[in-house]
Design a protein around this ligand. Structure first.
Ligand code: UD1
Ligand code: UDP
Length: 385
């Protein structure tokens, strides 16, 4: 059996690791252990509950308004204890958070194999997003096997000197998750979401990037308030991230507007079904840039760069940056120009076909010599390089 230690700490990692955990647990070739760092506490627990995941180890590191230093140090030290106890054949990390990098570094010091899920995303700008661009680059340098969601991600890794035989193009596991969560007659857990009039143009908003704290975040919120003032057929729904840097600014600028609904973070099935009922999505999130295009919803990205250019190439995502006037102009156009809107509102799936977890499992079986043929790659992203 392949003793596999899956480690993650934040909401998006959990959402994207959940289908892979299920896939590996259902295969008798794998002995699966789950370790959560709990870099996020409440937002992680929300996901664990929905997918009924019971971690074998919970490092419980979250502190109020924590620093990158404390997260990094705590993960490295506490994960060492888990590694010593479990002696896994392979550690699987996900994406680009500080949990990702620090747990990969800890696993490297322990000299165990490491696999990187969602490998190869790049903006080529060290500080955007910060610290994620360096987290994922450094993680790639530490890993032995790389599960690239798209062809473009694979090409990025090849350029950094990663060997082709160690890269598998699998699609993104978030599309596997969407298959479970999105339903036609869905009833929301959050009662406010059941009371919304979806014949209005509902705009789902999220924002939490560190490089946007301060003025850029204020610009974003002022643009939203301005749009809500101008359009009375529009309703903004904003599940506010628990980071205090985000919450304080959101409360100050957006609370008490009749067309802006601020709510706490919602469960992932609520979120996916909310996107499915929205007119468009405004976000600086990574995951939403993958989910919304799959659901046929245009995305306006509130950042200067994106590591997910596939949907920009397919014209369902526009990068608006954090300039207040620019955000207002881009969103206004999508609210008033039907032709422009319908050009962007088509479902595309450059990020996956719902079988990424199975491909990752097959790749692991191949890597450890349990199967002879290299698994077929995900081809749906080949046009977007
Ligand atoms: C982290 C990741 C980011 C990812 C994001 C997903 C890093 C450096 N950042 O950013 O890449 O996109 O998660 O959401 O790895 N908090 C709570 N409860 C929670 C979660 C957060 O109270 O469940 C508050 C705490 O005060 C915490 C703060 O938010 O200290 C910041 O959390 P942290 O994980 O450091 O940063 P995020 O902005 O969440
Ligand atoms: N999400 C959620 N509840 C919310 C807001 C977001 O479940 O209230 C989901 C969202 O659908 C996506 C993921 O969380 O799957 C994105 O997480 P986040 O934006 O925090 O991180 P990023 O993707 O930017 O790393």
């Amino acid at each position: 059996m392949i003793k596999t230690m899956i480690v993650f700490g934040t909401r998006p990692e959990a959402i994207k690791m959940a289908p892979l955990i299920k896939e590996l647990q259902n295969d008798s070739n794998f002995d699966v252990r789950v370790c959560v760092t709990a870099q996020h506490r409440q937002m992680l627990d929300q996901v664990l509950e929905i997918f009924d995941i019971k971690p074998d180890y919970d490092l419980n590191i979250m502190k109020h308004n924590q620093s990158l230093y404390s997260v990094t140090a705590d993960v490295i030290l506490k994960f060492e204890e888990v590694l010593k106890k479990e002696k896994p054949d392979i550690v699987l990390v996900h994406g680009d958070t500080t949990t990702t990098f620090a747990s990969a570094l800890s696993a490297f010091y322990y000299r165990t194999k490491i696999g990187h899920v969602e490998a190869g995303l790049r903006t080529f700008n060290k500080y955007s997003p910060f610290p994620e661009e360096m987290n994922r680059k450094l993680t790639a340098a530490l890993c032995d096997v790389h599960f690239a969601p798209t062809k473009r991600a694979k090409l990025n890794l090849l350029k950094e000197g990663i060997k082709e035989e160690d890269i598998f193009v699998t699609g993104n596991t978030v599309i596997d998750t969407l298959k479970y969560t999105v339903q036609k007659d869905y009833k929301f857990r959050e009662p406010i979401l059941n009371r919304i009039d979806y014949t209005k143009k509902v705009i789902t908003l999220t924002a939490h990037r560190r490089e946007n704290f301060g003025k850029p975040l204020e610009n974003i919120f002022e643009a939203v308030a301005n749009l809500a003032d101008q359009f009375d057929d529009v309703l903004f729904v904003y599940p506010v991230h628990l980071n205090p840097n985000v919450r304080d600014a959101a409360e100050r600028i957006l609370r008490n507007h009749p067309r802006i609904i601020l709510i706490d973070p919602v469960d992932v099935d609520d979120m996916h079904n909310l996107i499915a009922r929205s007119y468009l999505v405004l976000t600086d999130s990574g995951g939403l840039q993958e989910e919304a295009p799959s659901l046929g919803k245009p995305v306006v990205v509130l950042r200067d760069t994106t590591e997910r250019p596939e949907a920009v190439l397919a014209n369902t995502v526009k990068v608006a940056g954090t300039d207040k006037h620019n955000i207002v102009d881009v969103v206004k156009r999508l609210l008033t120009d039907e032709e422009e809107y319908s050009k962007m509102a088509h479902a595309i799936n450059p990020y996956g076909d719902g079988f990424a977890s199975r491909r990752i499992k097959d790749a692991l079986l191949y890597y450890f010599g349990y199967r002879k043929e290299k698994p077929e790659e995900f081809k749906g992203s080949d046009l977007y390089v």
